[in-house]
Write a new protein. Sequence first.
Length: 536
Amino acid sequence: MRRSHARTRINSNMDPIKLHTRPLTRSTNLFSRNPKPTKSNPSSFAIPIALTATLITLISCYYVFIHAAKPSFPPSSVKYGVLLDGGSTGTRIHVFSYDTETNHFDFDLGSMRLNPGLSSYAVNPTNAGDSLKDLLDFAKRKVPPAFWADTEIRLMATAGLRLVDVVVQDKILDSCRRVLRASGFRFADDWATVITGSDEGVYAWIVANYALGTLGGDPSETTGIIELGGASVQVTFVSDEPLPQEFSRTLKFGNVTYNLYSHSFLHFGQNVAFETLRELLSSGDFNTAAESLQKGTYIDPCSPKGYLHHVESSPGSLAAKIDLSTLQAGGNFSECRSAALTLLQNGKEKCSYKSCYLGSTFMPKLRGKFLATENFFHTSKFFGLRQRAFLSHLLMAGEQFCGEDWSKLKKKHRSLDDEDLLRYCFSSAYIVALLHDSLGISLDDERIGFANQVENIPLDWALGAFILQSTAVLDELHPSWISTIISDDSPTLLSLIALSIMLMVIAWSISKWRKPQLKTIYDLEKGRYIISRVNR
Ligand SMILES: Nc1nc2c(ncn2[C@@H]2O[C@H](COP(=O)(O)OP(=O)(O)OP(=O)(O)O)[C@@H](O)[C@H]2O)c(=O)[nH]1
Ligand SMILES: [Ca+2]
Protein backbone atom coordinates (compact mmCIF):
# COMPACT_ATOMS: atom_id res chain seq x y z
CA MET A 1 0.00 0.00 0.00
CA ARG A 2 1.39 3.38 -0.91
CA ARG A 3 1.73 5.13 2.34
CA SER A 4 2.42 8.63 0.99
CA HIS A 5 -0.45 8.64 -1.55
CA ALA A 6 -2.90 7.19 0.87
CA ARG A 7 -1.76 9.65 3.40
CA THR A 8 -2.00 12.83 1.33
CA ARG A 9 -5.35 11.87 -0.06
CA ILE A 10 -7.08 10.80 3.13
CA ASN A 11 -5.36 12.27 6.10
CA SER A 12 -1.74 12.98 6.24
CA ASN A 13 -1.14 11.73 9.71
CA MET A 14 -2.61 8.31 9.40
CA ASP A 15 -0.75 5.05 9.02
CA PRO A 16 -3.21 2.80 7.14
CA ILE A 17 -3.55 -0.81 8.19
CA LYS A 18 -4.81 -3.04 5.40
CA LEU A 19 -8.33 -4.53 5.88
CA HIS A 20 -11.16 -5.29 3.30
CA THR A 21 -14.36 -3.26 3.65
CA ARG A 22 -17.42 -2.15 1.49
CA PRO A 23 -17.62 1.08 -0.68
CA LEU A 24 -18.72 4.37 0.90
CA THR A 25 -21.07 6.93 -0.88
CA ARG A 26 -20.03 10.61 -0.97
CA SER A 27 -22.51 11.89 1.52
CA THR A 28 -21.82 9.30 4.07
CA ASN A 29 -19.95 10.09 7.11
CA LEU A 30 -16.64 8.41 7.15
CA PHE A 31 -17.65 6.27 10.02
CA SER A 32 -21.21 5.40 9.26
CA ARG A 33 -22.84 2.79 7.02
CA ASN A 34 -21.77 -0.04 9.06
CA PRO A 35 -18.90 -1.40 7.06
CA LYS A 36 -18.59 -5.15 7.26
CA PRO A 37 -17.74 -5.69 10.85
CA THR A 38 -14.05 -5.88 11.13
CA LYS A 39 -12.77 -8.74 13.20
CA SER A 40 -11.29 -6.78 16.14
CA ASN A 41 -8.17 -8.10 17.68
CA PRO A 42 -9.48 -10.01 20.72
CA SER A 43 -6.33 -9.49 22.69
CA SER A 44 -6.67 -5.70 22.72
CA PHE A 45 -9.84 -5.61 24.90
CA ALA A 46 -9.77 -8.97 26.65
CA ILE A 47 -6.82 -8.18 28.90
CA PRO A 48 -8.29 -5.40 31.02
CA ILE A 49 -11.64 -7.10 31.15
CA ALA A 50 -10.08 -10.39 32.24
CA LEU A 51 -7.95 -8.56 34.78
CA THR A 52 -10.92 -6.74 36.21
CA ALA A 53 -13.08 -9.85 36.27
CA THR A 54 -10.30 -11.75 38.05
CA LEU A 55 -9.92 -9.01 40.59
CA ILE A 56 -13.61 -8.80 41.35
CA THR A 57 -13.82 -12.60 41.63
CA LEU A 58 -10.86 -12.67 43.99
CA ILE A 59 -12.30 -9.93 46.18
CA SER A 60 -15.73 -11.53 46.30
CA CYS A 61 -14.14 -14.89 47.22
CA TYR A 62 -12.08 -13.16 49.88
CA TYR A 63 -15.10 -11.46 51.32
CA VAL A 64 -17.39 -14.50 51.19
CA PHE A 65 -15.02 -17.27 52.18
CA ILE A 66 -12.51 -15.42 54.32
CA HIS A 67 -13.48 -12.06 55.67
CA ALA A 68 -17.14 -12.69 56.34
CA ALA A 69 -16.54 -16.27 57.41
CA LYS A 70 -13.88 -15.51 59.95
CA PRO A 71 -15.15 -15.09 63.53
CA SER A 72 -15.57 -11.45 64.53
CA PHE A 73 -12.31 -11.65 66.32
CA PRO A 74 -10.35 -8.42 66.52
CA PRO A 75 -6.94 -8.52 64.86
CA SER A 76 -3.96 -9.00 67.19
CA SER A 77 -3.01 -5.37 66.52
CA VAL A 78 -6.01 -4.28 68.65
CA LYS A 79 -5.29 -3.39 72.25
CA TYR A 80 -8.09 -2.90 74.76
CA GLY A 81 -7.98 -0.61 77.74
CA VAL A 82 -10.32 -0.32 80.72
CA LEU A 83 -10.31 2.85 82.80
CA LEU A 84 -12.25 3.61 85.98
CA ASP A 85 -12.88 7.33 86.59
CA GLY A 86 -13.42 7.71 90.35
CA GLY A 87 -15.34 11.00 90.45
CA SER A 88 -16.89 12.72 93.46
CA THR A 89 -20.46 12.12 92.30
CA GLY A 90 -19.95 8.69 90.77
CA THR A 91 -17.58 6.07 89.40
CA ARG A 92 -17.68 5.30 85.71
CA ILE A 93 -15.90 2.61 83.71
CA HIS A 94 -14.75 3.19 80.14
CA VAL A 95 -13.76 0.49 77.64
CA PHE A 96 -11.59 1.64 74.74
CA SER A 97 -9.59 -0.05 72.02
CA TYR A 98 -6.67 1.05 69.93
CA ASP A 99 -5.40 -0.53 66.74
CA THR A 100 -1.61 -0.22 66.68
CA GLU A 101 -1.56 -0.77 62.91
CA THR A 102 -4.16 1.76 61.81
CA ASN A 103 -3.67 4.17 64.73
CA HIS A 104 -7.42 3.96 65.10
CA PHE A 105 -9.11 4.46 68.46
CA ASP A 106 -12.51 3.03 69.20
CA PHE A 107 -14.02 5.21 71.89
CA ASP A 108 -17.52 3.94 71.99
CA LEU A 109 -17.01 0.36 73.12
CA GLY A 110 -19.05 1.45 76.10
CA SER A 111 -19.07 3.14 79.46
CA MET A 112 -21.17 2.69 82.58
CA ARG A 113 -21.64 4.97 85.58
CA LEU A 114 -22.63 4.11 89.14
CA ASN A 115 -23.41 6.60 91.89
CA PRO A 116 -22.37 7.52 94.53
CA GLY A 117 -18.63 8.04 94.16
CA LEU A 118 -15.85 6.27 96.09
CA SER A 119 -15.58 9.17 98.55
CA SER A 120 -19.01 8.25 99.94
CA TYR A 121 -17.30 5.12 101.41
CA ALA A 122 -15.21 7.33 103.73
CA VAL A 123 -17.17 5.94 106.68
CA ASN A 124 -16.77 2.28 105.59
CA PRO A 125 -13.72 2.25 103.27
CA THR A 126 -13.29 -1.53 103.11
CA ASN A 127 -16.60 -1.83 101.21
CA ALA A 128 -15.52 0.58 98.49
CA GLY A 129 -14.13 -2.19 96.25
CA ASP A 130 -17.49 -3.95 96.09
CA SER A 131 -18.91 -0.88 94.34
CA LEU A 132 -16.75 -1.75 91.33
CA LYS A 133 -18.12 -5.25 90.73
CA ASP A 134 -21.03 -4.34 88.47
CA LEU A 135 -18.76 -2.02 86.53
CA LEU A 136 -16.22 -4.82 86.01
CA ASP A 137 -18.94 -7.19 84.80
CA PHE A 138 -19.92 -4.53 82.28
CA ALA A 139 -16.35 -4.27 81.02
CA LYS A 140 -16.07 -8.05 80.68
CA ARG A 141 -19.05 -8.03 78.38
CA LYS A 142 -17.24 -5.54 76.15
CA VAL A 143 -13.75 -7.09 75.96
CA PRO A 144 -13.41 -10.56 74.32
CA PRO A 145 -12.39 -13.01 77.10
CA ALA A 146 -9.26 -14.01 75.21
CA PHE A 147 -8.06 -10.42 75.62
CA TRP A 148 -8.75 -9.98 79.35
CA ALA A 149 -5.32 -11.08 80.58
CA ASP A 150 -3.65 -8.55 78.24
CA THR A 151 -6.08 -5.73 78.93
CA GLU A 152 -4.80 -3.20 81.45
CA ILE A 153 -7.30 -1.84 83.94
CA ARG A 154 -6.60 1.40 85.82
CA LEU A 155 -8.50 3.29 88.50
CA MET A 156 -7.92 7.05 88.48
CA ALA A 157 -9.72 8.88 91.28
CA THR A 158 -10.20 12.65 91.18
CA ALA A 159 -11.44 15.47 93.41
CA GLY A 160 -13.86 13.39 95.43
CA LEU A 161 -11.02 11.38 96.95
CA ARG A 162 -8.68 14.38 97.07
CA LEU A 163 -11.13 15.84 99.60
CA VAL A 164 -10.84 12.77 101.83
CA ASP A 165 -8.18 12.28 104.51
CA VAL A 166 -5.11 10.46 103.08
CA VAL A 167 -5.41 7.56 105.53
CA VAL A 168 -9.03 6.99 104.47
CA GLN A 169 -8.02 7.44 100.82
CA ASP A 170 -5.55 4.56 101.13
CA LYS A 171 -8.12 2.28 102.76
CA ILE A 172 -10.59 2.99 99.96
CA LEU A 173 -7.92 2.39 97.30
CA ASP A 174 -6.73 -0.84 98.98
CA SER A 175 -10.27 -2.14 98.97
CA CYS A 176 -10.48 -1.34 95.24
CA ARG A 177 -7.09 -2.95 94.53
CA ARG A 178 -8.27 -6.19 96.13
CA VAL A 179 -11.20 -6.35 93.71
CA LEU A 180 -9.16 -5.26 90.68
CA ARG A 181 -6.47 -7.89 91.31
CA ALA A 182 -9.18 -10.57 91.10
CA SER A 183 -10.89 -8.99 88.08
CA GLY A 184 -9.18 -11.14 85.41
CA PHE A 185 -7.82 -8.02 83.71
CA ARG A 186 -4.15 -7.04 83.90
CA PHE A 187 -3.63 -4.92 87.02
CA ALA A 188 -0.80 -3.60 89.20
CA ASP A 189 -1.47 -1.92 92.57
CA ASP A 190 -0.01 1.44 91.54
CA TRP A 191 -2.55 1.56 88.71
CA ALA A 192 -5.19 2.48 91.30
CA THR A 193 -4.37 6.03 92.40
CA VAL A 194 -5.70 9.52 93.06
CA ILE A 195 -4.44 11.50 90.08
CA THR A 196 -3.37 15.12 90.40
CA GLY A 197 -5.77 17.79 89.21
CA SER A 198 -3.09 19.01 86.83
CA ASP A 199 -2.95 15.58 85.15
CA GLU A 200 -6.75 15.49 85.00
CA GLY A 201 -6.69 18.83 83.19
CA VAL A 202 -3.94 17.74 80.79
CA TYR A 203 -5.84 14.55 79.89
CA ALA A 204 -8.96 16.61 79.18
CA TRP A 205 -6.91 19.03 77.02
CA ILE A 206 -5.47 16.10 75.04
CA VAL A 207 -8.82 14.54 74.22
CA ALA A 208 -10.33 17.93 73.31
CA ASN A 209 -7.54 18.76 70.87
CA TYR A 210 -7.40 15.22 69.54
CA ALA A 211 -11.12 15.46 68.78
CA LEU A 212 -10.66 18.89 67.20
CA GLY A 213 -7.72 17.67 65.11
CA THR A 214 -5.40 20.32 66.54
CA LEU A 215 -3.18 17.93 68.50
CA GLY A 216 0.24 17.97 66.88
CA GLY A 217 -0.44 21.29 65.18
CA ASP A 218 0.36 24.91 65.92
CA PRO A 219 0.10 25.57 69.70
CA SER A 220 -1.67 28.86 69.07
CA GLU A 221 -4.39 26.94 67.20
CA THR A 222 -5.16 24.63 70.13
CA THR A 223 -8.26 24.97 72.32
CA GLY A 224 -8.14 25.29 76.08
CA ILE A 225 -10.47 23.41 78.40
CA ILE A 226 -12.39 24.50 81.49
CA GLU A 227 -14.13 21.59 83.20
CA LEU A 228 -16.69 22.21 85.93
CA GLY A 229 -16.87 18.91 87.77
CA GLY A 230 -18.68 18.00 90.96
CA ALA A 231 -15.85 18.81 93.37
CA SER A 232 -13.23 20.60 91.27
CA VAL A 233 -12.68 22.86 88.29
CA GLN A 234 -9.86 22.14 85.83
CA VAL A 235 -8.35 24.90 83.66
CA THR A 236 -5.77 23.89 81.05
CA PHE A 237 -4.57 25.89 78.03
CA VAL A 238 -1.46 26.88 76.08
CA SER A 239 0.05 30.02 77.56
CA ASP A 240 2.91 32.15 76.27
CA GLU A 241 3.42 33.74 79.69
CA PRO A 242 6.22 32.57 82.01
CA LEU A 243 4.59 29.98 84.30
CA PRO A 244 5.55 29.09 87.89
CA GLN A 245 6.76 25.50 87.87
CA GLU A 246 3.83 24.13 89.90
CA PHE A 247 1.37 25.26 87.19
CA SER A 248 3.47 24.46 84.15
CA ARG A 249 3.18 21.31 82.00
CA THR A 250 5.23 20.67 78.84
CA LEU A 251 3.92 18.20 76.30
CA LYS A 252 5.64 17.15 73.12
CA PHE A 253 3.74 15.67 70.21
CA GLY A 254 6.06 14.77 67.38
CA ASN A 255 8.19 17.88 66.91
CA VAL A 256 5.70 20.27 68.51
CA THR A 257 6.08 21.38 72.13
CA TYR A 258 3.09 22.68 74.08
CA ASN A 259 3.64 24.86 77.13
CA LEU A 260 0.50 24.41 79.13
CA TYR A 261 -0.92 26.07 82.19
CA SER A 262 -2.83 23.35 84.03
CA HIS A 263 -4.50 23.50 87.43
CA SER A 264 -7.41 21.93 89.29
CA PHE A 265 -9.25 24.17 91.75
CA LEU A 266 -10.36 21.86 94.52
CA HIS A 267 -13.65 22.74 96.31
CA PHE A 268 -14.69 24.85 93.29
CA GLY A 269 -16.64 22.01 91.64
CA GLN A 270 -20.32 22.84 91.34
CA ASN A 271 -21.74 20.34 93.83
CA VAL A 272 -19.21 21.12 96.56
CA ALA A 273 -19.46 24.89 95.98
CA PHE A 274 -23.25 24.74 96.32
CA GLU A 275 -23.03 22.69 99.53
CA THR A 276 -20.36 25.04 100.95
CA LEU A 277 -22.49 28.10 100.15
CA ARG A 278 -25.62 26.69 101.78
CA GLU A 279 -23.61 25.52 104.81
CA LEU A 280 -22.24 29.06 105.28
CA LEU A 281 -25.68 30.60 104.72
CA SER A 282 -27.40 28.22 107.20
CA SER A 283 -24.86 29.00 109.92
CA GLY A 284 -25.33 32.75 109.42
CA ASP A 285 -21.62 33.07 108.53
CA PHE A 286 -22.43 34.58 105.20
CA ASN A 287 -23.53 38.17 105.04
CA THR A 288 -25.81 38.32 102.03
CA ALA A 289 -27.56 41.56 101.13
CA ALA A 290 -30.98 40.15 101.98
CA GLU A 291 -31.76 40.42 105.72
CA SER A 292 -33.23 37.36 107.41
CA LEU A 293 -36.95 37.80 107.98
CA GLN A 294 -36.98 36.42 111.48
CA LYS A 295 -34.36 35.47 114.03
CA GLY A 296 -32.49 32.31 113.30
CA THR A 297 -33.51 32.11 109.66
CA TYR A 298 -31.36 33.15 106.72
CA ILE A 299 -32.22 33.93 103.11
CA ASP A 300 -30.83 31.55 100.47
CA PRO A 301 -30.81 33.57 97.20
CA CYS A 302 -29.83 30.47 95.18
CA SER A 303 -33.04 28.53 95.79
CA PRO A 304 -36.27 29.63 94.10
CA LYS A 305 -38.97 31.02 96.42
CA GLY A 306 -41.22 28.31 97.85
CA TYR A 307 -38.49 25.65 97.94
CA LEU A 308 -38.32 24.04 101.40
CA HIS A 309 -34.83 23.17 102.62
CA HIS A 310 -34.32 19.99 104.58
CA VAL A 311 -31.49 18.23 106.39
CA GLU A 312 -28.71 17.57 103.85
CA SER A 313 -25.56 15.40 103.84
CA SER A 314 -22.50 16.50 101.93
CA PRO A 315 -21.13 13.57 99.87
CA GLY A 316 -17.37 13.39 99.60
CA SER A 317 -16.51 14.87 102.96
CA LEU A 318 -16.50 13.50 106.46
CA ALA A 319 -18.84 16.26 107.61
CA ALA A 320 -21.97 15.20 109.47
CA LYS A 321 -25.37 16.10 108.04
CA ILE A 322 -25.90 19.85 107.70
CA ASP A 323 -29.15 21.31 109.05
CA LEU A 324 -30.47 23.54 106.28
CA SER A 325 -33.83 24.12 107.92
CA THR A 326 -32.65 27.59 109.03
CA LEU A 327 -32.61 28.64 105.37
CA GLN A 328 -35.49 30.37 103.67
CA ALA A 329 -35.53 30.21 99.85
CA GLY A 330 -35.39 33.73 98.43
CA GLY A 331 -34.49 33.09 94.77
CA ASN A 332 -32.54 36.09 93.46
CA PHE A 333 -30.02 35.59 90.62
CA SER A 334 -27.86 38.66 91.23
CA GLU A 335 -27.62 37.97 94.97
CA CYS A 336 -26.82 34.33 94.26
CA ARG A 337 -24.19 35.49 91.74
CA SER A 338 -22.54 37.80 94.25
CA ALA A 339 -22.62 35.06 96.92
CA ALA A 340 -20.96 32.69 94.42
CA LEU A 341 -18.36 35.35 93.60
CA THR A 342 -17.54 35.72 97.28
CA LEU A 343 -16.81 31.99 97.35
CA LEU A 344 -14.65 32.16 94.23
CA GLN A 345 -12.68 35.15 95.43
CA ASN A 346 -12.14 33.69 98.88
CA GLY A 347 -8.45 34.12 99.80
CA LYS A 348 -7.65 36.41 96.87
CA GLU A 349 -6.03 38.84 99.27
CA LYS A 350 -3.32 36.21 99.85
CA CYS A 351 -2.39 36.06 96.15
CA SER A 352 1.39 36.07 95.86
CA TYR A 353 1.55 35.80 92.05
CA LYS A 354 1.28 38.25 89.18
CA SER A 355 -2.39 37.35 88.67
CA CYS A 356 -4.94 35.27 90.59
CA TYR A 357 -8.43 35.06 89.15
CA LEU A 358 -9.76 32.35 91.49
CA GLY A 359 -8.88 32.49 95.19
CA SER A 360 -5.14 32.95 95.73
CA THR A 361 -4.10 30.61 92.91
CA PHE A 362 -2.00 31.80 90.00
CA MET A 363 -3.53 31.86 86.53
CA PRO A 364 -2.19 33.60 83.44
CA LYS A 365 -4.55 35.57 81.26
CA LEU A 366 -6.88 33.27 79.34
CA ARG A 367 -6.00 33.20 75.66
CA GLY A 368 -7.66 31.61 72.60
CA LYS A 369 -10.76 29.48 72.42
CA PHE A 370 -12.07 27.24 75.18
CA LEU A 371 -14.34 24.27 75.54
CA ALA A 372 -16.38 24.40 78.74
CA THR A 373 -17.39 20.87 79.75
CA GLU A 374 -19.34 18.83 82.31
CA ASN A 375 -21.56 21.15 84.41
CA PHE A 376 -21.01 24.01 82.00
CA PHE A 377 -22.49 21.79 79.30
CA HIS A 378 -25.29 20.32 81.45
CA THR A 379 -26.46 23.79 82.55
CA SER A 380 -26.26 25.35 79.07
CA LYS A 381 -28.17 22.36 77.70
CA PHE A 382 -30.90 22.71 80.36
CA PHE A 383 -31.40 26.36 79.37
CA GLY A 384 -31.39 25.44 75.68
CA LEU A 385 -28.32 27.52 74.81
CA ARG A 386 -26.33 26.99 71.63
CA GLN A 387 -22.85 25.49 71.85
CA ARG A 388 -21.24 28.89 71.23
CA ALA A 389 -23.66 30.89 73.37
CA PHE A 390 -23.02 34.24 74.97
CA LEU A 391 -22.81 34.35 78.74
CA SER A 392 -25.39 37.12 78.53
CA HIS A 393 -27.93 34.51 77.38
CA LEU A 394 -27.14 32.34 80.39
CA LEU A 395 -27.44 35.36 82.66
CA MET A 396 -30.92 36.15 81.39
CA ALA A 397 -32.04 32.54 81.62
CA GLY A 398 -30.69 32.31 85.17
CA GLU A 399 -32.41 35.52 86.25
CA GLN A 400 -35.72 34.18 85.02
CA PHE A 401 -35.24 30.75 86.61
CA CYS A 402 -34.12 32.02 90.02
CA GLY A 403 -36.98 34.52 90.14
CA GLU A 404 -39.62 31.88 89.26
CA ASP A 405 -41.77 30.33 91.97
CA TRP A 406 -40.66 26.79 92.89
CA SER A 407 -44.12 25.24 92.39
CA LYS A 408 -44.27 26.62 88.83
CA LEU A 409 -40.78 25.33 88.05
CA LYS A 410 -41.72 21.85 89.25
CA LYS A 411 -44.80 21.86 87.01
CA LYS A 412 -42.69 22.97 84.03
CA HIS A 413 -39.95 20.35 84.60
CA ARG A 414 -41.87 17.32 85.87
CA SER A 415 -39.22 14.85 84.67
CA LEU A 416 -36.53 16.25 86.97
CA ASP A 417 -36.28 15.34 90.62
CA ASP A 418 -36.16 18.23 93.13
CA GLU A 419 -32.39 18.11 93.76
CA ASP A 420 -31.61 18.15 90.02
CA LEU A 421 -34.05 20.96 89.27
CA LEU A 422 -32.95 23.05 92.23
CA ARG A 423 -29.30 23.22 91.10
CA TYR A 424 -29.99 25.34 87.99
CA CYS A 425 -30.44 28.63 89.83
CA PHE A 426 -27.08 28.22 91.56
CA SER A 427 -25.29 26.74 88.53
CA SER A 428 -26.31 29.60 86.20
CA ALA A 429 -25.22 32.21 88.76
CA TYR A 430 -22.03 30.27 89.61
CA ILE A 431 -21.00 29.97 85.94
CA VAL A 432 -21.46 33.72 85.31
CA ALA A 433 -19.52 34.50 88.51
CA LEU A 434 -16.79 32.07 87.45
CA LEU A 435 -16.35 32.76 83.73
CA HIS A 436 -17.24 36.48 83.63
CA ASP A 437 -16.78 38.02 87.08
CA SER A 438 -13.66 35.96 87.93
CA LEU A 439 -11.96 34.87 84.69
CA GLY A 440 -12.93 38.02 82.79
CA ILE A 441 -14.64 36.42 79.79
CA SER A 442 -16.95 39.11 78.44
CA LEU A 443 -20.69 38.51 78.32
CA ASP A 444 -20.74 38.60 74.51
CA ASP A 445 -17.55 36.61 73.94
CA GLU A 446 -17.90 33.65 71.56
CA ARG A 447 -14.62 32.07 72.63
CA ILE A 448 -16.39 29.64 74.92
CA GLY A 449 -17.99 26.49 73.53
CA PHE A 450 -20.25 24.51 75.87
CA ALA A 451 -19.77 20.85 74.97
CA ASN A 452 -19.34 17.35 76.33
CA GLN A 453 -18.26 15.86 73.01
CA VAL A 454 -16.81 16.86 69.66
CA GLU A 455 -18.50 14.99 66.80
CA ASN A 456 -18.70 11.46 68.17
CA ILE A 457 -15.76 11.78 70.58
CA PRO A 458 -16.70 12.24 74.26
CA LEU A 459 -14.62 14.90 76.03
CA ASP A 460 -13.80 12.55 78.87
CA TRP A 461 -10.42 13.15 80.44
CA ALA A 462 -10.29 9.32 80.85
CA LEU A 463 -10.03 9.07 77.08
CA GLY A 464 -7.10 11.49 77.07
CA ALA A 465 -5.39 9.28 79.66
CA PHE A 466 -5.99 6.19 77.48
CA ILE A 467 -4.62 7.98 74.42
CA LEU A 468 -1.40 8.81 76.26
CA GLN A 469 -1.17 5.29 77.64
CA SER A 470 -1.74 3.67 74.24
CA THR A 471 0.50 5.60 71.95
CA ALA A 472 4.16 6.39 72.38
CA VAL A 473 4.33 9.07 69.69
CA LEU A 474 1.18 11.12 69.78
CA ASP A 475 1.82 13.00 66.59
CA GLU A 476 0.86 9.86 64.70
CA LEU A 477 -2.23 9.97 66.81
CA HIS A 478 -4.46 11.80 64.45
CA PRO A 479 -5.92 8.87 62.50
CA SER A 480 -4.99 8.68 58.78
CA TRP A 481 -7.76 9.60 56.39
CA ILE A 482 -8.39 5.95 55.46
CA SER A 483 -9.14 4.90 59.02
CA THR A 484 -11.49 7.79 59.67
CA ILE A 485 -13.42 7.37 56.46
CA ILE A 486 -13.85 3.62 56.57
CA SER A 487 -16.04 2.20 59.31
CA ASP A 488 -14.41 -0.22 61.69
CA ASP A 489 -16.00 -3.40 60.40
CA SER A 490 -14.61 -3.50 56.85
CA PRO A 491 -11.41 -1.50 56.41
CA THR A 492 -9.85 -4.36 54.45
CA LEU A 493 -12.73 -4.97 52.10
CA LEU A 494 -13.33 -1.32 51.32
CA SER A 495 -9.64 -0.73 50.70
CA LEU A 496 -9.60 -3.78 48.40
CA ILE A 497 -12.52 -2.40 46.44
CA ALA A 498 -10.76 0.95 46.28
CA LEU A 499 -7.64 -0.88 45.06
CA SER A 500 -9.52 -2.87 42.43
CA ILE A 501 -11.20 0.27 41.10
CA MET A 502 -7.79 1.84 40.83
CA LEU A 503 -6.44 -1.24 39.03
CA MET A 504 -9.40 -1.28 36.65
CA VAL A 505 -8.77 2.34 35.79
CA ILE A 506 -5.09 1.56 35.23
CA ALA A 507 -5.98 -1.51 33.13
CA TRP A 508 -8.43 0.51 31.06
CA SER A 509 -6.00 3.32 30.43
CA ILE A 510 -3.23 0.83 29.51
CA SER A 511 -5.59 -0.82 27.05
CA LYS A 512 -6.57 2.59 25.66
CA TRP A 513 -2.94 3.55 25.41
CA ARG A 514 -1.84 0.24 23.86
CA LYS A 515 -4.91 -0.22 21.72
CA PRO A 516 -4.38 1.76 18.58
CA GLN A 517 -7.02 4.35 17.88
CA LEU A 518 -8.39 3.01 14.57
CA LYS A 519 -10.48 4.71 11.95
CA THR A 520 -12.43 3.11 9.11
CA ILE A 521 -11.75 5.03 5.94
CA TYR A 522 -12.51 4.47 2.24
CA ASP A 523 -9.49 4.29 -0.03
CA LEU A 524 -10.72 5.78 -3.34
CA GLU A 525 -7.78 4.44 -5.25
CA LYS A 526 -8.37 0.90 -4.17
CA GLY A 527 -12.09 1.32 -4.06
CA ARG A 528 -12.37 -0.33 -0.71
CA TYR A 529 -12.42 0.39 3.03
CA ILE A 530 -9.32 0.27 5.02
CA ILE A 531 -8.82 0.59 8.78
CA SER A 532 -6.06 2.87 9.76
CA ARG A 533 -4.35 3.82 13.04
CA VAL A 534 -4.64 7.32 14.48
CA ASN A 535 -1.29 8.70 15.61
CA ARG A 536 -1.41 10.84 18.79
N1 LIG B 1 -27.47 19.07 85.21
C1 LIG B 1 -26.90 17.88 85.10
N2 LIG B 1 -25.75 17.64 85.76
C2 LIG B 1 -25.20 16.43 85.61
C3 LIG B 1 -25.75 15.41 84.81
N3 LIG B 1 -24.93 14.33 84.89
C4 LIG B 1 -23.91 14.67 85.71
N4 LIG B 1 -24.10 15.92 86.14
C5 LIG B 1 -23.26 16.71 87.02
O1 LIG B 1 -22.15 17.06 86.22
C6 LIG B 1 -21.01 16.90 86.98
C7 LIG B 1 -20.31 15.73 86.30
O2 LIG B 1 -19.02 16.11 86.21
P1 LIG B 1 -18.04 14.99 86.60
O3 LIG B 1 -16.66 15.44 86.24
O4 LIG B 1 -18.51 13.69 86.07
O5 LIG B 1 -18.19 15.00 88.16
P2 LIG B 1 -17.35 14.07 89.04
O6 LIG B 1 -16.34 13.39 88.20
O7 LIG B 1 -18.27 13.20 89.80
O8 LIG B 1 -16.69 15.16 89.99
P3 LIG B 1 -15.15 15.47 90.08
O9 LIG B 1 -14.57 14.45 91.00
O10 LIG B 1 -15.08 16.87 90.59
O11 LIG B 1 -14.61 15.37 88.67
C8 LIG B 1 -21.38 16.57 88.40
O12 LIG B 1 -21.49 17.77 89.14
C9 LIG B 1 -22.74 15.95 88.22
O13 LIG B 1 -23.57 16.21 89.33
C10 LIG B 1 -26.97 15.71 84.13
O14 LIG B 1 -27.49 14.89 83.40
N5 LIG B 1 -27.50 16.95 84.30
CA1 LIG C 1 -14.79 14.33 86.86
